[in-house]
Design a protein around this ligand. Structure first.
Ligand code: URA
Length: 205
């Protein structure tokens, strides 16, 4: 019972954060975006997955990783033996940044200023959830998680201590796999992504 009360208190804190973030004006990205896309998942998750920013589909749905990158992530998590529903999934930047090209909204990389402006939300999510492991997927997530530019290839696939107490694991962003033109390279890189995620799988109770 005390455990249930504790979990409910965490869920309430997270809901309060989500509500506050829905009015965020810390940078200009809110103006063109449909809505803030806050993190999603159990408030006591052992693993927190961090992406870059919501894409077109996420901006419309209000949920992280529901578009093509999300499908790739879901598949890789399953292959790694991780139930996505046991993880907390969020993004370094919580509004969609894009340029209009005719009918389509083309994703744009968030700037360092935007990553910094949004970081307090990540810090507050981290403080509530207190995961054992934070998985930074791609360069923007790594910049958010470590508070500085952190190269993916030099750091991927091994556990790194965070000041906040948790461990961090750096890997590629699932969109990177979608962009690879050559099928053989894509298959290889997918397997590397899955093997990185298998390191994370050990953190599930
Ligand atoms: N890419 C991301 O980084 N995050 C999402 O939520 C969707 C696509």
């Amino acid at each position: 019972e005390p455990a249930m009360k504790r979990k409910q208190a965490l869920a309430d804190s997270l809901e309060a954060l989500r509500e506050e973030a829905s009015h965020c004006r810390a940078c200009h990205l809110w103006k063109d975006a449909t809505q803030t896309v806050f993190g999603e998942g159990p408030p006591d998750a052992q693993i927190m997955l961090v992406g870059e920013q919501p894409g077109d589909k996420e901006d419309l749905a209000g949920k992280p990783f529901v578009g093509p990158a999300g499908q790739m992530l879901d598949r890789a998590l399953e292959h790694a033996g991780i139930d996505r529903n046991k993880t907390y999934v969020t993004n370094a930047v919580k509004h969609f940044k894009f340029v209009r090209r005719g009918k389509i909204r083309l994703h744009q990389k968030p700037s360092t200023a935007e990553i910094k402006a949004c970081r307090p939300w990540y810090e507050r999510e981290l403080a509530v959830i207190k995961p054992d492991l934070v998985v930074a997927m791609g360069a923007t997530a790594a910049q958010c998680v470590f508070g500085k530019i952190t190269p993916i290839n030099k750091n991927r696939g091994r556990l790194i201590d965070l000041n906040e107490g948790a461990k961090a694991l750096v890997t590629v962003h699932p969109s990177y796999l979608l962009r690879l033109p050559d099928e053989e390279t894509k298959a290889q890189e997918y397997e590397r992504f899955v093997s990185d995620l298998k390191i994370a799988a050990a953190f599930l109770r």
